[in-house]
Design a protein around this ligand. Structure first.
Ligand code: C2E
Ligand code: MG
Ligand code: MG
Length: 641
């Protein structure tokens, strides 16, 4: 396969597609050079064989003539060897024609043996020469014979023959002319067939080259595709083995690319991918390869790495370059990327293993908060095995009804009245014991199990809320956490409705907790889902507010009711003035947008008092209670009533 330098995606594919092999139809010497060389060798030997008996017989003039011809022929041979076919054929034709002409004149004229050479010369001229060479030779022969005839009959030069008639000259010429014309026609036919064949051949080679380019490049971005990336990697790995250097495979996935596609349309998404491709390609050296894996995933092969830090430096550059805004349809768009790095040979000896490991490392980068890169380490493989076990354990937990919901009470800060509860999932693994939701929820999201788990949480929360209402706990709003993955699937509203109907519960009793980043996408599909949820009459809260992008425009657009101040700020606010400042700012935002502010993670009275003073309406935290099993929660509420 052709190796093409890594560089710019556009020129890589385009130059290859544009490079066609030109076909020169006016070529004069279609016969292969080695054929010409063989013919010249044969002529050299033939002339030598003719000269030898003459030398032995002591005929010095013809011998000297033939030897001089040999010398010129030798130069012809040199020219043919240097592929200078035109010069070579002149160097064959000229001395031979001259020599033959002289031999005819000094010999027996039109009936000399040397005349037999003329058809051979004409055949040669037809095959290796062009029309001019052929006609020149024909005219020369006609003139030679005409001149000899005229000289003979005018008595200027008497042939040493008795029976020479005028028609001897014309007959010899006519025979020569017809023979050579016949050869000319045949040679031309052969010539044009060869040229046509050559054109066809080139065309096939051009098409093959084009097919090869298309088969190894991504049509949207012009970048090499996975197959070519693998080839490049294998080449780099082979070189690395020899030079004792390394290579690296970088797996890049754009963060939230789907949001761009959903909100700006696929054409804009495509344009963004092209811009991303160009930007990535500009970041690497010419012997590195940036390829597109498909979708919003790119693979980068780094060639000849002397140190691990080299890969880190390039990954850092790539992440930084991506984070600069892109201009799309007049809008400034920011996309970030998460990168995983696997090193050759430390993290795997073949492409597939490195790809898998770079992919794992990329997920790690995503989990660490995105817009970052992560090196692969062996623990990740162990994690994969552990994750697979956990996913199958969750599956059986669902089937065996092992998940539980605990409820953490929420309070109005003014009078410490219980206004509701947040439903928090709890799971005790049969062997590993209690598991934190922060541990298993991300796995459920990745494996798709979150749809079933989320549906169960909704149904269970609604069922419990109804049961408490019937038991006399009125006016409690139960907050249910919704994963971004659930929100992206457009049947969330349907699931909610089903759960409400099954429990016969009023929608106002449920509040859905979404995280900020979910709403940023601002896609039509998301808007439709949220509109349907709002139309049902549910409340919407923004969970962990302050940790995401904090773009305020969506708060109004999506008709949010509550902001939950992230517990990381609340817990530290009495010790850290920055955190206190953030909490104050969030409370002010909530108040100016007429939203309720709920502080999470209230652990002491001092914090509670400060929050109340700042104007925060609600709180939840260990100050009052952790999340409780339903029966305990019921007792907790009853005891405080
Ligand atoms: P979250 O929605 O922000 O939930 C609040 C977390 O803070 C809960 O952790 C809660 O137990 C904890 N917490 C409450 N008060 C305090 C406090 O005073 N101090 C401290 N240090 N922590 C406090 P938990 O139950 O471990 O849940 C963690 C996260 O897991 C939740 O964060 C939520 O994002 C997710 N999660 C929990 N249950 C579900 C669920 O049913 N569905 C989904 N999709 N996610 C859930
Ligand atoms: Mg929550
Ligand atoms: Mg939270």
């Amino acid at each position: 396969m052709t190796r093409i330098p890594g560089g710019n995606p556009k020129n890589e594919m385009q130059t290859l597609l544009e490079t066609s092999h030109p076909v020169d139809t006016s070529r004069q010497f279609p016969l292969p050079a080695n054929l010409l060389i063989r013919i010249i060798w044969a002529v050299l030997l033939g002339v030598a064989a003719t000269a030898l008996p003459l030398i032995l017989a002591g005929k010095w003039f013809p011998s000297a003539l033939l030897m001089a011809t040999e010398v010129v022929l030798f130069f012809g041979l040199m020219a043919a060897r240097r592929k200078r076919a035109k010069l070579a054929s002149w160097l064959v034709l000229m001395p031979l024609t001259g020599c033959v002409a002289i031999l005819i004149v000094v010999g027996k004229g039109p009936v000399d043996e040397a005349v037999l050479t003329l058809p051979g010369l004409m055949i040669f001229a037809s095959l290796f020469g062009n029309r001019r060479v052929y006609l020149t030779l024909l005219v020369f022969v006609a003139l030679l014979l005409g001149a000899m005839g005229a000289a003979h009959f005018l008595g200027w030069w008497v042939l040493p023959l008795t029976k020479v008639r005028p028609d001897t000259f014309t007959t010899v010429f006519v025979i020569l002319a017809i023979t050579s014309y016949f050869v000319w026609v045949m040679a031309r036919a052969l010539h044009s067939t060869l040229v046509r064949l050559e054109i066809e051949n080139k065309r096939v080679r051009n098409s093959l080259a084009r097919i090869e380019v298309l088969a190894h490049h991504d049509s949207l971005t012009g970048l090499p595709n996975r197959a070519l990336a693998r080839d490049r990697f294998e080449h780099s790995a082979a070189t690395a083995k020899r030079t004792q250097e390394g290579a690296a495979l970088l797996y890049l996935d754009l963060d939230d690319f789907k949001a761009v596609n959903d909100s700006l349309g696929h054409a804009a998404g495509d344009a963004l991918l092209r811009d991303v491709a160009a930007r990535l390609a500009a970041c690497v050296r010419s012997n590195d390869t940036v390829s597109r894996q498909g979708g919003d995933e790119f693979l980068i092969v780094l060639d000849g790495l002397a140190t691990e830090d080299g890969a880190g430096a390039i990954a850092h550059k790539l992440v930084q370059e991506l984070a600069r805004p892109f201009s799309l349809n007049g809008l400034e768009i920011t996309v970030t990327g998460s990168l995983g790095i696997a090193l050759y040979p430390a993290n795997g000896g073949d492409f597939e293993t490195l790809l898998k490991n770079a992919d794992l490392a990329m997920y790690q980068a995503k989990e660490a908060g995105r817009n970052a890169f992560h090196f692969f380490d062996e623990k990740m493989n162990a994690n994969v095995a552990e994750h697979l076990h956990l996913v199958s354990a969750m599956r059986s937990a669902l089937a065996n009804n092992e998940f539980r919901l605990h409820y953490q009470p929420q309070f109005a800060l003014a009078d410490e009245r219980i206004v509701g509860a947040e439903a928090l999932i709890r799971w005790t693994h049969p062997e590993l014991g209690p598991m934190a939701p922060a541990h298993f929820i991300p796995l459920a999201e990745r494996s798709g199990l979150i749809f079933e788990i989320g549906a169960w949480v909704l149904q269970e929360a609604c069922r419990q809320a109804k049961a408490w209402q019937l038991a006399g706990l009125n006016d409690l709003v139960i907050a249910v956490n919704v994963s971004p993955v659930q929100l992206r699937r457009d049947n969330l509203a349907g699931e909610v409705q089903k759960a409400l109907l099954a429990a016969d519960l009023a929608p106002r009793c449920i509040s859905l907790e979404l995280t900020e980043s979910m709403l940023l996408a601002d896609s039509q599909a998301l808007r439709d889902t949220l509109d349907r949820i709002r139309a049902l009459g549910l409340r919407i809260s923004i969970d962990d507010f302050g940790t995401g992008y904090s773009s305020l425009s969506y708060l109004k657009r999506f008709d949010v009711e509550r902001l939950k101040i992230d517990q990381s700020f609340v817990r530290r606010m009495t010790q850290d003035t920055n955190d206190e400042g953030i909490v104050r700012a969030i409370i002010q935002i909530a108040s100016s947008l007429h939203l309720e502010a709920v502080a999470e993670g209230v652990e002491d009275r001092q914090t509670m008092a400060r929050l109340a003073q700042m104007g925060c309406g609600y709180g939840q935290g260990y100050l009052w209670s952790p999340a409780l099993p339903p029966e305990e929660f019921f007792r907790f509420v009853k005891d405080r009533a």
